[in-house]
Write a protein that binds this ligand. Structure first.
Ligand SMILES: Nc1ncnc2c1ncn2[C@@H]1O[C@H](COP(=O)(O)OP(=O)(O)OP(=O)(O)O)[C@@H](O)[C@H]1O
Ligand SMILES: [Mg+2]
Length: 465
């Protein structure tokens, strides 16, 4: 750990010791401070490190910087085991993702219930891009101090090796397992991880659990990953009282386990999500610049909250970028057409993820996007294939389905009695796609799509979709 981080951590820990009266807590905090300040943290009791971290973080509802400082105890020891401590440091990420965090009580309750009701297992949180999966996991880490690994493609931390190295190191540290350095093959397959989990499980005290949070399985690069192996080599079976909490967008990925598994799809809780978003907007509207903006618009707080909640479609990423843009006077009303730079960048990333930057140009995909954008309502595979086909190019349903499957994470599906309908997951993303020059030059001319819909011809020609 850099001396700057160590000093910060020690300062935070000193403040905590002074503020605490509970003697066992005081001792736990003190021992974390010792683990850093003694320098040679390998001398301190390994078991105590993990247990002390959990005890302190769980019992004191600490601000995120303090939790990050405490988690840096792990980084300090990781450095002595040969891992680059800066690569996996969580401070910045936790601070960013938990800033202004609201709600999600239903998710934390479901996690607690799962832990209580199962002897081990995987709790999987799934949801659209930007719905708040990483924020939930970061907040869980802030509240519990559990072992965590965040896959971040942009930082190159998105393959099995960094995951295995990071998590195996944290396990050795938290449980004081007898390894002076990482086992040689730890980063290459599941054997070391499984062995360490087993050993850690054996050291759990009565009533204790081992929880490992892993964010964004969808960001993991599985090129070259062995066939049949789970993503990140996540074990099929888990030892007693060992749990993984993982998040993912809805994509196909290799993850088959025998351990108990529960999936929580954030999209299945629209009423709860709406409440959380409204609470977030309520808090935001109290900021001076937003109040001033509302005054200029002659807009009430209730209108501000409900209209922005509608526009956001309960998506936090949308608000994370649109609210600051409102604050700096970027919009004169809520007719938000020009997307803030951050949101634009987020959607550009989707664009790449959809395979739209490939050469030669993915012509079928361009046509599918164009049709989905023009239709502005859920459409069926058959309809897309029909509109995408012209004299120049025949697009069959199989080709369309292939594209839809590949884009699963960016689409909403809606089952009607007759057929499955698809739409883009967010209106602002649809607008972004529609404005792309390349989409506009798709070569398909279906400007009359909306005319067909308006004249009720759509249903008569294509059925319900
Ligand atoms: N419950 C919440 N309270 C306050 N802000 C939130 C909440 N959830 C998310 N946010 C904000 O919205 C942003 C987007 O959320 P987050 O990054 O967690 O989405 P995600 O579902 O992980 O998206 P992706 O699929 O792209 O990884 C966060 O950076 C955070 O600023
Ligand atoms: Mg995320």
């Amino acid at each position: 750990m850099s001396s700057e981080h160590a000093t910060d951590s020690i300062e935070k820990i000193k403040e905590l010791v002074e503020a605490t009266t509970d003697p066992s807590l005081k001792q736990a905090i003190q021992s974390l401070g010792d683990a850093i300040s003694v320098g040679n943290v390998t001398n301190s009791s390994g078991v105590a490190i993990g247990r002390n971290i959990h005890m302190v973080v769980n019992q004191l509802n600490l601000p995120v910087e303090t939790v990050a400082a405490i988690l840096d105890v792990r980084s300090a020891k990781a450095a002595s085991m040969g891992l680059d401590p800066d690569r996996y440091r969580l401070g910045t990420l936790l601070a960013d993702k938990t800033s202004g965090f609201v709600g999600r009580a239903y998710v934390f309750q479901a996690i607690d219930e799962f832990l209580r009701n199962h002897g081990n297992g995987y709790f999987v949180i799934e949801g659209d891009p930007g719905l708040g999966k990483s924020a939930i996991l970061a907040e869980y880490v802030r509240r519990t101090g559990c072992i965590a690994h965040f896959n971040v493609r942009a930082a190159g931390i998105n393959s099995a090796k960094p995951f295995l190295e990071n998590v195996c190191t944290q396990l050795i540290i938290d449980f004081g397992l007898p390894y002076p350095t990482l086992p040689p093959n730890a980063g290459h397959d599941s054997a070391s991880l499984s062995k360490l989990l087993q050993e850690a499980s054996g050291r759990l005290a009565l009533g204790e659990r081992l929880v490992i949070a892993v964010d964004a399985l969808d960001e993991v690069d599985i090129a070259g990953h062995p066939d049949g192996a789970n993503i990140l080599f996540l074990p099929k079976i888990l030892p007693d009282r060992v749990y993984f909490i993982v998040t993912r967008r809805d994509i196909e990925l290799p993850f088959v386990v025998e351990a108990p598994q529960a999936k929580l799809d954030l999209m299945s809780y629209p009423a709860e999500n709406r409440k959380d978003i409204e609470l977030y907007l309520h808090r935001s509207h109290e900021r001076a610049a937003i109040l001033a903006w509302m005054a200029r618009q002659n807009m009430s707080a209730a209108t501000f909250v409900s209209e922005l909640a509608d526009l956001s479609e309960n998506n936090f990423m949308y608000l994370r970028y649109v609210l600051p843009e409102i604050e700096i006077g970027g919009y004169h009303d809520l007719d938000i057409r020009r997307l803030p730079a951050g949101l634009q960048g987020y959607y550009e990333d989707h664009w790449r993820g959809m395979g739209m930057t490939a050469k030669p140009l993915p012509r079928v995909k361009i046509r599918v996007i164009y049709i989905m954008c023009e239709a502005r309502q859920p459409v069926s595979r058959a309809l897309i294939a029909q509109f995408a086909t012209d004299q120049e190019m025949k697009v069959n349903e199989l080709a369309v389905q292939e594209v839809l499957d590949e884009w699963k994470q960016f689409l909403h599906e809606q089952q009607t009695p007759e057929r499955l309908l698809y739409s883009l997951y967010h209106a602002s993303f649809r607008d972004f796609l529609h404005r792309k020059e390349i989409v506009q030059s798709s070569g398909v001319t279906i400007k009359d799509v909306n005319g067909l819909i308006a004249n009720n011809l759509w249903e008569s020609i294509f059925g319900a979709g």
